[in-house]
Design a protein around this ligand. Structure first.
Ligand code: AHR
Length: 502
């Protein structure tokens, strides 16, 4: 197949929002316990942080990490996770049918985030709790001192405020599975009043209201409209969540899911702007796509979520530890492209989750840690997407898909960093059997040379299902993309079938 991409340095979308490369740590399964935190592990430091995992996190390069949930947060009492560890209560976490020891809490997470060099995005419980507990938490975290909650933080060992800027006003409260599920009207008012009270404690914070759990929710559209109508003035972002998976062996549709993500984002932007116009608001609300990934959630995306994990009550059970293939990595690359293409309105995004639970990084208790296939597109884009997002003109051969009709055989996004004079191009070939000849016309940029070209594709002896496992952690990775040339300002490259290149 063939494709042509035209880039013009004057056609830009926005600056690259660095918070687009976010991740998510939930008290779920083995993300915290035996994931980022495992006292007694050979690599653990004196606070119990696994250094092998930390090293991989730094290499992955997330900029912001959402915490502590997820469905978990809708039944969580944040005060359980502060103070002397020995005195912290053991609780039932109904969301994941788990025993929460509370050995790890806010201070432990803040310490870990500092080590990982990431910004913290804190979610509050608006399932079982409300305005009072939320404003207390902001005071505890952000007030310098001299008040009840801020002095308690200092007594608990944190003299300086945590200064958390980003706050999620609950999680997936549109979902019937959520503890404290609400109607859009109930949630919209609660979000509005909670936001108001939190900003009265600290007016420098940024607030994210809950949007739809996915675009197939019956209330999608009307939920956003109602919530925004109530809370437009008090909030800064509305959230989006969506997980993608290959269904019934339909790889073509799966590989085109970025087309669906594009449409989902466009729909939410339209809704925000309609409420803005009708309400005569001047400020712009943007999007926080704070849960996205590939997740083989067969049966879990129903109202039935929690029942799927009901076995005996356990601490950190093994939950949804999906093993990712080459195909999944290519899809993740295209989803990141979609987010980048919408960087003028999607200003925050979090891949869910960071370790073990549908994650780019896997770790075993007492054992090793390794990179899943989906680690690679994330790591490269987080490192190389710099400067301005470019608006691309793509003209490509089409491939037929059942879900989205005919789609471009390639999926691309690019950035231009004036500071170092570099263009970064991220491009996937969705074709399962044919290579794609791609030419990239770089108008006004005077393309001189290719600094580096890498590709993730099916490895020798493997197939599109090949994944990285503990015994073969490097089966799938990035290899040099050979034969990339520049001629008269145009870059020519050949993408192997089913591949993602940078
Ligand atoms: O990331 C896993 C779960 O998916 C989260 O807890 C929830 O918010 C979503 O349904």
């Amino acid at each position: 197949t063939r494709a042509r991409i035209t880039i013009d340095r004057d056609f830009t979308i926005a600056d690259v929002p660095r918070r687009l490369f976010g991740s998510f740590v939930e008290h779920m399964g083995r993300c915290v316990y035996t994931g980022i935190y495992e006292p007694g592990h050979p690599t653990a430091d004196d606070r119990g942080y696994r250094k092998d995992v930390l090293e991989l996190v730094r290499e992955l390069g997330p900029t912001v990490v959402r915490y502590p949930g997820g469905n978990f947060v809708s039944g969580y009492l944040w005060e359980d996770g502060i103070g002397p560890v020995a005195e912290r209560p053991r609780r039932i976490d109904g969301a994941w049918h788990t025993i929460e020891t509370n050995e790890f809490g806010l201070h432990e997470f803040m310490g870990w985030a500092r080590e990982a060099d990431v910004e913290v995005m804190e979610a509050i419980n608006l399932g079982t709790r409300g305005v009072e507990e939320a404003r207390a938490l902001v005071e505890y975290a952000n007030h310098p001192g001299g008040t009840y909650w801020s002095d308690l933080r200092r007594r608990n060992g944190a003299e300086d405020p945590f200064d958390i800027k980003l706050w999620c006003l609950g999680n997936e409260l549109d979902g019937p599975w959520q503890i404290g599920h609400k109607t859009a009207h109930e949630y919209g008012r609660l979000a509005q009043e909670t936001a108001k009270a939190m900003k009265l404690v600290d007016d420098s914070i940024e607030l994210i209201a809950v949007g739809s759990s996915n675009r197939y929710m019956e209330t999608f559209g009307s939920w956003e409209h109602t919530v925004l109508t109530h809370a437009y003035d008090e909030i800064d972002y509305i959230s989006m969540h969506e997980y993608y998976q290959e269904r019934s062996g339909d790889a073509a549709s799966f590989l085109a899911e970025a087309v669906g993500m594009d449409a989902f984002i466009d729909g939410v932007v339209a809704t925000i702007d309609a409420v803005k116009a009708a309400g005569k608001h001047t400020k712009q609300v943007d999007i926080s796509f704070d849960e996205w990934n590939v997740w083989y959630a067969e049966g879990l995306d129903s109202a039935d979520q929690i029942h799927q994990v009901k076995k005996e009550w356990r601490e950190h059970p093994r939950l949804i530890e999906d093993e990712y293939s080459v195909t999944d990595a290519v899809v993740v690359g295209t989803l990141l492209n979609s987010l980048l293409r919408h960087g003028d309105r999607v200003r925050i995004a979090n891949q869910a989750q960071l370790v073990n639970v549908i994650a780019p990084i896997r770790s075993e208790e007492g054992g090793s840690a390794w990179r899943q296939t989906i680690f690679w597109p994330f790591a490269r884009m987080a490192a190389l997407a710099r400067g301005q997002i470019l608006r691309l003109a793509v003209s490509a051969d089409q491939i037929a898909t059942e879900k989205f009709g005919d789609v471009d055989v390639i999926d691309a996004a690019a950035t231009w960093s004036e500071a170092d004079g570099r263009v970064a191009l991220f491009v996937a070939n969705r074709g399962l059997s044919e290579a794609s000849e791609v030419s990239v016309d770089l108008r006004g940029l005077g393309a001189a040379r290719v600094v580096s070209a890498e590709v993730l594709t099916i490895p020798e002896g493997g197939d599109r299902h090949t994944s990285n496992v503990e015994s073969a952690p490097d089966a799938v990775g990035l290899v040099p993309l050979t034969g990339v040339g520049v001629q008269d300002g145009t870059v020519h490259l050949t993408l192997p079938p089913l591949s993602w290149a940078v």
